[in-house]
Ligand binder design. Structure first.
Ligand code: F6P
Length: 328
């Protein structure tokens, strides 16, 4: 028979995302509600290996729902990729009497969790926390909405200066290999072109499109470039290349970088994180393991961690069409 779960641990791993604190808070408070002890693990899997644990009560997570980053800190642990590292982590969990684990993160986090379940049959539930929105089995990941709003705000500001100087701006946004941030912020900020890895626009088409924009009387342009775009050049080389073709263009490049990961989470991310944090604890207490909790059609759902990692979310073709039509 399964041993009762009296203690649940929670960790954040991989790139931080706004809303992770709201998820931690929800996990801790759900544990309190269901009369289970909660342990915070610092620095992700590295903290699991080093036994960097702290008991968290409902009051320890007061006033964090509005904070970006993660109070538990995050890391990408190389040691957890080794058998010895995972053995040490298991030993620490057992020593502490921890019966289950909530992991908040993205692809890498879930890959580590899955390996751990396969080796030790330890109960784990994943919560998708990444600005990239590149996790299968949820309509949105925690942090994505906030990142979209941050990026749109910045592009709006860049547009002010772009139009004042009649400039062409290439703006690189994050997303790793996924173009969700680029596509949605590109539409939201009214970009003339959006370059994403899922759709190879090709340099020739970009050049054509910029020519057409000029012919139509556009005096400034914004091109949003996803960092994973496969046009074959990085954004600075792309800017140089376009400058060679259009020597009279005044071109600037902006790489938005890590500012996209910071800031106070949006209400939507806070609510999503709260719902998924509570659900993760409930599923663990119901003896589920090896799944990620997500939101599909505004309902909490679960998907196997293996699927969440391996399958891709498709880019919405309707959004591609809207981007094309609204940039004429
Ligand atoms: O996965 C989140 C993310 O911000 C990606 O968009 C980006 O490619 C990567 O992390 C950057 O990683 P790091 O913070 O290690 O530079």
């Amino acid at each position: 028979m399964n041993e009762p779960i009296n203690k649940i641990a929670v960790l954040t791993s991989g790139g931080d995302a706004p809303g992770m604190n709201a998820a931690i808070r929800a996990v801790v408070r759900a544990c309190t509600y269901y009369r289970v002890d909660c342990i915070g693990v610092y620095r992700g899997y590295q903290g699991l290996i080093e036994g960097d644990f702290k008991e968290l009560s409902a009051r320890h997570v007061s006033n964090i729902i509005n904070k970006g980053g993660t109070i538990l800190k995050s890391a990408r642990s190389k040691d957890f990729m080794t058998e010895e590292g995972r053995a040490k982590a298991y030993e620490n969990l057992k020593k502490e009497g921890i019966g289950a684990l909530v992991i908040i993160g993205g692809d890498g986090t879930f890959t580590g969790g899955l390996k751990f379940i396969q080796e030790y049959n330890f109960p784990i539930i994943g919560i998708p926390g990444t600005i990239d929105n590149d996790i299968y089995g949820t309509d949105r990941t925690i942090g994505y909405d906030t990142a979209l709003n941050t990026v749109v705000e910045v592009i709006d500001k860049i547009r002010d200066t772009a139009s004042s100087h009649n400039r062409l701006f290439f703006i690189e946004v994050m997303g790793r290999d996924a173009g969700f941030i680029a596509l949605n912020t590109g539409i939201g900020a009214g970009a003339e072109e959006i370059l994403i890895p899922e759709k190879d626009l090709g340099l020739d088409r970009l050049v054509e499109s910029l020519k057409t924009s000029k012919e139509k009387g556009k005096t400034s342009s914004i091109v949003v470039v996803s960092e994973g775009d496969k046009i074959g050049k990085n954004v600075f080389e792309l800017g140089d290349h376009i400058k060679e073709i259009f020597p009279d263009y005044d071109i600037r490049v902006s790489v938005l970088g890590h500012m996209q990961r910071g800031g106070s989470p949006s209400c939507s991310d806070r609510v999503l994180a709260s719902r998924l944090g509570v659900a993760a604890v409930e599923y663990l207490l119901d003896r589920s393991s090896g799944v990620m909790v997500g939101i599909t059609n505004n309902q909490v759902t679960t998907v196997g961690l293996n699927k969440a990692i391996k399958m891709n979310n498709d880019i919405d073709k309707e959004l591609l069409k809207v981007a094309e039509i609204t940039s004429v």
